[in-house]
Ligand binder design. Structure first.
Ligand code: ZN
Length: 300
């Protein structure tokens, strides 16, 4: 009798074991590269993550490729962050993978409006093309404390799909949160003595970072495009008035008008990238760059 039970147990195990996918990582897609870092930090060896927006691409003008859509059909999870292309492509992604959970990390945050420059006179000149957009600002990941909240959502989603590794996800999340607290403290320390809290940037991607650390970004971009000559002249005046010495750009955008402003004020152009995958080192470097730009601007 005992032997027979044992045999049945062994037979059952032979059938059940392959179904648990013990060694198979979850296939996760995200929007931008910093999210890939967040998912890899929390998911560890249990996830394989791919960002749709590749290095050098702008998420504002991006569309998924046919091969990415095909790969999304086999994905276990999509983690979005409220980018405009995501809402535009949700139905298409759903059509190839109706069962896949789609987590939106921007849910629960009220998105701020993107900074827009006052281009009043120029709007009239350009006509109907240049009405105000006041687009919602999707760059939530530039604030470490917002990312800390997102971490909890990510861990919950991974645990829901793969409860066997709940303890790993919880442990990874705890380390991630500790690292984000340290990052936040370092940025505060770096920016503590900076008196001029305004910085000029081509694409205003740093709104949540600026809000978190009492800074203000002055955008050069106008409705996602290079400014016209009148806006450029106004920006140069403003840069002189505010003693700006550094114009920040990011690799995915043209630096032409930033260079024009920099030349006019005898300043320089510097690259900071909100889409860099090495999230922690990158934000520390951004804080250093902003602090250094003020040291250039107001020698004393
Ligand atoms: Zn952007």
């Amino acid at each position: 009798m005992f032997r027979q039970n044992r045999l049945i147990t062994l037979l059952l195990l032979a059938f059940v074991t392959p179904l648990t996918h013990a060694a198979e990582p979850l296939r996760v897609f995200v929007g931008v590269l910093p999210q890939q870092t967040f998912l890899e930090r929390i998911g560890g060896e249990h996830v394989v993550v791919e960002a749709l927006v590749k290095p050098g691409q702008s998420p504002h003008t991006y569309d998924p490729t046919p091969s990415q859509i095909a790969r999304l059909a086999d994905a276990d999870l999509y983690v979005g962050i409220g980018l405009p292309f995501e809402s535009a492509w949700t139905a298409r992604i759903r059509s190839v993978n109706p069962a896949m959970p789609m987590l939106d990390l921007s849910k629960g945050f009220s998105q701020r409006a993107m900074e827009a420059h006052d281009h009043g006179a120029e709007d009239a000149a350009h006509g109907a093309d240049t009405h105000y957009h006041h687009e919602r600002d999707p760059h939530l990941w530039t604030s470490p404390m917002l990312v800390k909240q997102m971490g909890g959502e990510i861990a919950r989603a991974l645990t829901g799909l793969d409860p066997d590794h709940a303890a790993d996800y919880a442990a990874n999340l705890a380390v991630f949160e500790t690292d984000l607290d340290a990052l936040d403290a370092d940025i505060r320390a770096t920016l503590a003595d900076v008196r001029q809290r305004r910085f000029m940037v081509f694409h205003p991607a740093w709104g949540y970072f600026a809000d978190a650390y009492q800074l203000t970004q002055i955008p050069i971009e106008h409705d996602g495009k290079e400014p016209g000559p009148r806006s450029l002249a106004a920006l140069i005046d403003q840069a002189r008035r505010e003693n700006v010495k550094v114009i920040f750009v990011q690799p995915q955008f043209s630096r032409k008008s930033a260079e024009q402003v920099a030349r006019a004020i005898d300043g320089r152009v510097e690259v900071i990238d909100n889409l860099a995958p090495d999230y922690f080192a990158n934000l520390r470097q951004v804080a250093e760059a902003i602090a250094a730009s003020e040291r250039d601007a107001s020698p004393r």
